[in-house]
Design a protein around this ligand. Structure first.
Ligand code: NCD
Length: 354
């Protein structure tokens, strides 16, 4: 991580994921001003109006004729810079860009000078010199996208940084929920998710997906319940939205009992469990599965519950295979919405629409 600024390194170090939250917030609020306005670094940079505009553009692009859509970013160049493995995020950004007619190039840590120790800054400057007009970045260090945006001046799209943010995941999850619950996905307001309760369950402490969703959905009216054992969900998580004015009925709370949380939920967002995260905790895998797995018996009690998972899925651990494959599951729709929403984010980044 020698390439990162002291400020970013401090964030990572502080990364007591949630404890680091405040300084990250304070910095991110300036992001829109210092960085290229097409950048998407954190959901905190997005006003409700910005979210509405991105989802409206998503719907417009979806409705377009395929050949007309393939001209939207014609002769534009996008670089995908991936320092961590990824299936859904990388592929959907790439296919989204290509479906709009853009040229893409993928640079990953396994096949580039990154492997030889080249810094993030030099890699970014190289991509810019080669004509990249925007960079999609996934990086294991929180704050890396800010650094890249600052040194290149290009629009940078955060495709996941450390335990910090994964803004396009939260946007695609939002669109998936709106479509499944038959709410207007093209006209988002601060009340769009009024009356909707989303329970996010699993390794929340280490999850940028949980963090981005927990910070976005309540601002659109949802009640978000965070669920999991102490080891994977510190009490401080309930402060994630401190300082935000929320629409009535919206909010963030912690419920440790999964069954109690499910009884109140419209949507269950499950997160991947890495076995090694449980090592050294009081909880063993069997106990975790018993208390927190979304299994058939639990699902049977809630026939209207919408099941979501950002992937990668560990079948038989956080979610039973039958549940992932059930008609109540929107997991594949989430992937498809990733393609749709990322098109809009790319159009926004490259400045075709304001
Ligand atoms: C996740 C990620 O990489 O943040 N997946 C995704 O992008 N859809 C979640 C994970 O790795 O568990």
């Amino acid at each position: 991580m020698g390439t990162l600024t002291r400020e970013a390194a401090a964030r990572e170090g502080a990364a007591a994921f949630f404890a680091g939250g405040e300084s990250v917030n304070a910095n991110d609020h300036h992001a829109a001003k210092i960085y290229h306005p097409g950048s998407l670094l954190s959901v905190e940079d997005l006003s409700v109006a910005d979210v509405a505009e991105i989802l409206a553009t998503t719907s417009e692009l979806e409705a377009m004729d395929v050949s007309a859509r393939a001209k939207v970013l014609e002769r534009r160049t996008l670089a995908l810079l991936f320092y961590e493995s990824s299936t859904r995020t990388r592929t959907s950004f790439e296919l989204a860009a290509k479906s709009l007619g853009a040229t893409t190039t993928l640079v990953s840590d396994k096949s580039s000078s990154i492997e030889k120790g080249e810094s993030l800054k030099d890699t970014g400057l190289t991509l810019r010199a080669l004509g990249a007009e925007a960079i999609v970045l996934r990086h294991p260090a929180s704050g890396a996208p800010e650094l890249l945006a600052r040194v290149t001046g290009l629009p940078v799209l955060n495709a996941g940084d450390g335990m910090h943010q994964h803004p396009t995941q939260a946007l695609l999850d939002l669109r998936t929920i709106l479509l499944r619950l038959k709410r207007d996905a093209a006209r988002v307001t601060a009340d769009t998710l009024h009356g909707v309760t989303v329970v996010i369950t699993g390794d929340i402490k280490h999850s940028r997906v949980a963090r981005s969703n927990a910070m976005l959905l309540p601002r659109l009216g949802a009640k978000v319940i965070l669920c999991g054992p102490e080891e994977l969900l510190p009490e401080e998580a309930s402060d994630l939205l401190a300082g935000n004015e929320l629409p009535s009925g919206a909010g963030l709370e912690i419920v440790r009992d999964f069954d109690a949380a499910l009884a109140r939920a419209d949507v269950a967002m499950m997160l991947r469990i890495q076995k090694e995260r449980l090592l050294g905790t009081a909880l063993d895998l069997g106990e975790y599965v018993k208390r927190y797995q979304l299994n058939e018996a639990r699902l049977a009690q809630y026939p209207k519950l919408l099941v979501m998972h950002p992937g990668p899925i560990i079948r038989g651990l956080e979610i039973a295979g039958e549940v992932a494959d059930s008609p109540q599951s929107a997991i594949e729709e989430q992937v498809a919405q990733g393609l749709a929403v990322r098109r809009a984010v790319l159009v926004r980044a490259l400045g075709v629409r304001q």
